[in-house]
Design a protein around this ligand. Structure first.
Ligand SMILES: CC(C)(COP(=O)([O-])OP(=O)([O-])OC[C@H]1O[C@@H](n2cnc3c(N)ncnc32)[C@H](O)[C@@H]1OP(=O)([O-])[O-])[C@@H](O)C(=O)NCCC(=O)NCCSC(=O)C[C@@](C)(O)CC(=O)[O-]
Length: 302
């Protein structure tokens, strides 16, 4: 643990429910329901909504209508509507649909990289170069993701050095930040602290975000460790939707409602209206015919 720390005064929440959440839901949500979800999240105060993904629809059918979702949403000023783009084809589709920002995604594990995007880590970096150049020319910011930072479903433990190398490569090529994905949620406050002790001095906290899945119930504790290291960008998914299609058993991201509640308790500003957010999560869960994974939403409903 860092010797002394001050919690950030505010935290930006990166809402990934409409993408990371819905990409792994078995019940398909209609395009109109997706549009209402994205609009509801922005109306609840979220300023960054990952709205969809431009990957091969044969790999991720749940995101096949992302172009239509982007085209149909009413946009609020000051809100970033972002998309995942694994290659130039994805980037071109995202631009046509009007995405305001894109994200490229790599992994710290070779096996996961092969299963998720059908290429090695270094091949993935090569594929991102033209995306970075095209985004730069178009004035589009690019976020980077690194999956499996605290464990891989195929390789087990992942070395911090491997996470550092791929994160550094993404920043060097022009990503403005790297989101560290605990894809299978096996991380603990101890392993997160050890990882950040390696990454933060090299990369600085302002270039890092945390993306914690909650499979083992550790996500909020891991995020707290990240805050103590000065990280102030947190990914989360309304109602804890989703999982990962290439990591069997991985549950959804930490629920946005639970993150907001914890941050409120720390007097950290998020700009999110918790009651409005809970209502958006409840509406989405009803449409998906599933229960919320948010402990806060469950407690409020009771
Ligand atoms: C990356 C590829 C496309 C490579 O897939 P590939 O098969 O190696 O690509 P290819 O270039 O050889 O092309 C094969 C076919 O795919 C098409 N294609 C090629 N690119 C696109 C595109 N962008 N959009 C639409 N179609 C595309 C291309 O046109 C061609 O079509 P065909 O000629 O056979 O009809 C594939 O592996 C893929 O789509 N993977 C999906 C990966 C994915 O979405 N995973 C989930 C998101 S990552 C995640 O959830 C983790 C994260 C970010 O949340 C963080 C964390 O939690 O760890």
């Amino acid at each position: 643990m860092t010797e002394s720390f001050a919690y950030p005064k505010s935290v930006s929440i990166v809402e990934v429910g409409p993408r990371d959440g819905l990409q792994n839901e078995s019940t398909p949500l209609s395009t109109q329901d997706k549009v209402e979800l994205v609009e509801g999240l922005a109306n609840a105060g979220l300023r960054y909504v990952e709205t969809g993904s431009f990957v091969n629809p044969r790999w991720i059918p749940q995101m096949a209508d992302s172009g239509e979702v982007f085209q149909r949403i009413s946009r609020l000023p000051g809100v970033t509507y972002a998309a995942l783009t694994p290659n130039m084809k994805g980037f071109e589709r995202a631009m046509k649909a009007g995405a305001s920002e894109v994200a490229v995604f790599a992994a710290a594990s070779e096996s996961f990289s092969q299963r998720n995007i059908n290429c090695s880590i270094s091949e993935s970096i090569d594929r991102f170069h033209p995306v970075m150049e095209a985004a730069d020319a178009a004035g589009i910011a690019v976020r980077g993701y690194v999956s499996c930072v605290l464990g891989c479903p195929y390789e087990g433990e992942i070395q911090a050095q491997a996470v550092l190398e791929v994160s550094q490569a993404l920043l060097d090529m022009g990503c403005y930040e790297v989101s560290l994905g605990d894809t299978i949620g096996t991380g603990t406050p101890g392993s997160m602290d050890r990882l950040l002790n390696v990454l933060v001095p090299e990369l600085t906290p302002g270039k890092l975000a945390l993306h914690c899945h909650n499979s083992y119930g550790q996500a909020l504790a891991n995020i707290l460790v990240g805050l103590q290291h000065g990280i102030s960008r947190i990914d989360s998914s309304v109602a804890g939707l989703g999982g990962c299609p290439y990591a069997t058993g991985a549950s959804g991201n930490v629920a946005t409602e639970d993150v907001v509640y914890m941050l409120q308790g720390l007097d950290i500003e998020t700009g999110v209206d918790l009651d409005a957010l809970i209502a958006v999560g409840a509406d989405c869960c009803k449409k998906l015919e599933r229960s919320t994974q948010s402990a806060v939403a469950q407690a409020r409903a009771a």
